[in-house]
Design a protein around this ligand. Structure first.
Ligand code: ADP
Ligand code: 5GP
Length: 213
């Protein structure tokens, strides 16, 4: 049995494109039913196999701009030529359910959320080398040469932000990276500051009532 916690934990994960963050997150979620994935809005076209509402809410530029104007995003950013944003409603709904959340966002979005959600856990995923990153982007086979080149060119600048994160995971062997992520999640769940004091009080109230009986 786990200690009751005050509220769900938000795990923010960033990485240069192709480092393997989606793969790691999917693998971690497969073994942990208490985790939910935060679904962002984007103006990017869906890749083969991506589900609307599952991977992203795929929306037009007009819809995205209207949502920005209406203040519907807690953060948003232009990344590799497309817009991505975290809707306030989606985040409030998930956090309200008391679940732990994995949210995959870029370094600009993470910088915005760090200011308003300091209790969130910020994790940066690094590839073992630029060569491996290029191979993974090519191997994923989801992007045109032009898109891959843009993502690779942006990688160096993104990696410079690693020190602003609470944890760094090196995604060399996938199973090690997944294990590292699970270790971080496990440790964060055990933090005293996250424990619900009412849950601690109940431990002793139960003991007393048993003695009384
Ligand atoms: P991201 O979400 O960071 O853009 P993906 O999770 O889509 O990256 O991974 C990019 C590609 O690299 C995918 O084809 C994935 O299967 C592969 N990949 C992920 N992690 C590893 C790893 N540790 N070793 C080799 N290939 C990997
Ligand atoms: P992709 O097109 O490969 O799915 O994602 C491109 C980049 O957009 C990644 O760095 C990913 O983390 C980021 N991203 C995804 N959702 C969001 C979001 O809601 N906000 C921000 N700022 N970035 C996002």
């Amino acid at each position: 049995m786990d200690m009751r916690r005050k509220k769900g934990i938000l795990f923010i994960v960033s990485a240069p494109s192709g480092a393997g963050k989606s793969t790691i997150c999917a693998e971690v979620m497969r073994h942990d039913e208490n985790l939910r994935f935060a679904v962002s809005h984007t103006t990017r076209d869906p890749r083969t196999g991506e589900q609307d509402e599952g991977d992203y809410h795929f929306v037009s530029k007009n819809v995205f701009t209207r949502m920005v104007d209406n203040g519907e995003f807690v953060e948003w950013a232009e990344v590799h030529g497309n817009c991505y944003g975290t809707s306030r409603r989606m985040l409030d709904t998930l956090l309200g359910q008391g679940r732990d959340i994995i949210h995959d966002i870029d370094v600009q979005g993470a910088a915005q959320l760090r200011k308003i959600l300091p209790e969130a856990v910020f994790i940066f995923v690094l590839p073992p080398s630029v060569k491996a990153l290029a191979m993974r982007l090519r191997g994923r086979d989801t992007d045109t040469d032009e898109v891959m080149a843009e993502r690779l060119a942006n990688a160096r600048g993104e990696v410079e932000s690693y020190y602003q994160y609470g944890y760094v995971i090196l995604n060399d062997a996938l199973d090690h990276a997944v294990e590292d992520f699970r270790t971080i999640i496990g440790a964060e769940r055990l933090k005293a500051a996250r424990v619900d004091p009412e849950g601690v009080k109940e431990i002793f109230s139960e003991e007393e009532s048993e003695e009384d009986a």
